[in-house]
Every structure is written in C-alpha cells, then in structure tokens.
Design a protein around this ligand. Structure first.
Ligand SMILES: Nc1ncnc2c1ncn2[C@@H]1O[C@H](COP(=O)(O)OP(=O)(O)OP(=O)(O)O)[C@@H](O)[C@H]1O
Length: 211
C-alpha cells in the first residue's frame, strides 16, 4: 500500500520526522503519538501537502515525486481541523472536490444521506458547527476512487451516531474496494468496530510499526 524511501521531513533545521525504509501492506492502520510527535506532519507528507526529502510510493509503483498528479488523485486526506472558504456552501465544496478527484456523478448522495447532512449542506460553511464541518471534510475524503484515505483525528467533534456511520463508510470502502486507511487518533480505536490491520507509533522523530 505504502512505502517510504529515505523519507525526511524538516522544518528549517528541525528534523521533524525520518523514516528510512518502511513498507505497509494494504489495510486499516491507526496512528498514535503524543502531542507534537509528528502525526499530522506524517499524514500531510503522505497526502502530498508538505514537501520532504526522499520519496513515498503508493502500491509499489506510483511515486509521489515522479508522478505527483497521478499520486495525488489516488490519496485523499481529511485534516484534523479543516479550514474551508466560509462563503462557499458544502454543496459547492463537494462539487470542487468531486471534479478534482474524478468522482462518479452523484457519488456524494449516499454519504450525505447516511451522515444526515442534507439539512445544512446547501448553507455557507461559515454557518457550520465544528461537527458539521468535520462531517463535510470526512465526506470529501471519500470522494473519487482513491487507493488510500488518510483521516487525521476523525473522531474529534463528531457525535456517537456519526462515528458509527463513519466506521461503516471505512469498512465498506475497505472490504468492497480494497482502499487502505491511515487513521490518527488520541482516542482508542475500537477493534470490534473496524477490522484494524495494525498500528503505527510516531515517536522520537520516527515511525514504528507495532502490529
Ligand atoms: N510549520 C511548522 N514549522 C515548524 N515546526 C513545525 C511546523 N509544524 C509542525 N512543527 C513541529 O513538528 C513537530 C510535529 O508536529 P505535528 O503537528 O506533526 O505533531 P502531532 O503529532 O500532529 O501533534 P498533535 O497531537 O499535538 O496534533 C512538532 O515539534 C511541531 O512543533
């Protein structure tokens, strides 16, 4: 699913994260680490938002550095604390993302319905509560035909019922389409809600697979 090749991310002279060589088979992985350990840095690097040294390969063949556009179409990302233009509506954001990710027409409809978003999706994003905003950012990460979906702190701000819906979305896309997931969380992810493959610990400026 994902391979790091001599990966190093620095902020100025600060070496935030270094992963020499790590291969992850297809699966659903949780990512843990204390505040400031580098979880968001890791996810933003994999998403292609942050520049770094080295390379990341998707499915052993698609290089972020050599095929940047192709790679980014196949990796979707929901930020921990999403920021969207407040004057746009959720529907307009969905249209933008659907276009960028070559999403099948109407793909968002089932997601809007299951997450009970129809009542507010046509309103400007500036009027959204933090939970509404989170739901929108999660939905955007499921658009298109990605091979990997990265969710940074997906559990924060959404209510229990929405969390159960999110687990269903993850499970379905993983089991029916083989999409891989990386989920960062400070809360315990429940193994009985999701078929978790393993965990990754961000510690001492590196990434450790801990099964
Ligand atoms: N833009 C930046 N410039 C300089 N240093 C940064 C920048 N962003 C993050 N860092 C540093 O990189 C390290 C990792 O930060 P990161 O946000 O990835 O941690 P995190 O594990 O996601 O933290 P949290 O659990 O608090 O959200 C921290 O030491 C942080 O201070």
């Amino acid at each position: 699913m994902l391979q790091f090749i001599n990966f190093t991310k620095r902020y100025g002279s600060y070496p935030a994260l270094k992963v020499d060589d790590l291969k992850l088979d297809k699966g659903i992985y949780w990512i843990k680490g204390v505040n400031g350990s580098g979880k968001s840095t890791l996810l933003k690097s994999i998403a292609g938002i942050l520049a770094f040294d080295g390379d990341i390969l998707l499915d052993s063949e698609i290089s972020m550095k050599k095929q940047p556009v192709h790679y980014r179409k196949l990796v979707n990302f929901a930020e921990a604390e999403p920021l969207f233009p407040e004057f746009l509506t959720g529907t307009e954001m969905i249209a933008l993302f659907a276009d960028a990710k070559d999403a099948p027409k109407g793909q968002e409809q089932a997601y809007l319905k299951s997450m009970n978003m129809q009542s507010f999706v046509d309103r400007p994003i500036g009027t959204y509560s933090s939970g509404m905003l989170k739901k929108l950012s999660l939905l955007l990460a499921f658009l298109g035909n990605p091979r990997l979906i990265l969710l940074d702190e997906p559990l924060i701000t959404i209510d229990t019922a929405s969390l159960a819906v999110l687990n269903t979305w993850i499970r379905e896309r993983y089991e029916q389409q083989g999409i891989g997931f990386l989920l960062s969380s400070h809360q315990m992810l429940e193994g009985d809600s999701l078929p978790l493959t393993g965990g990754l610990l961000v510690e001492e400026q590196t990434l450790k697979f801990i099964g």
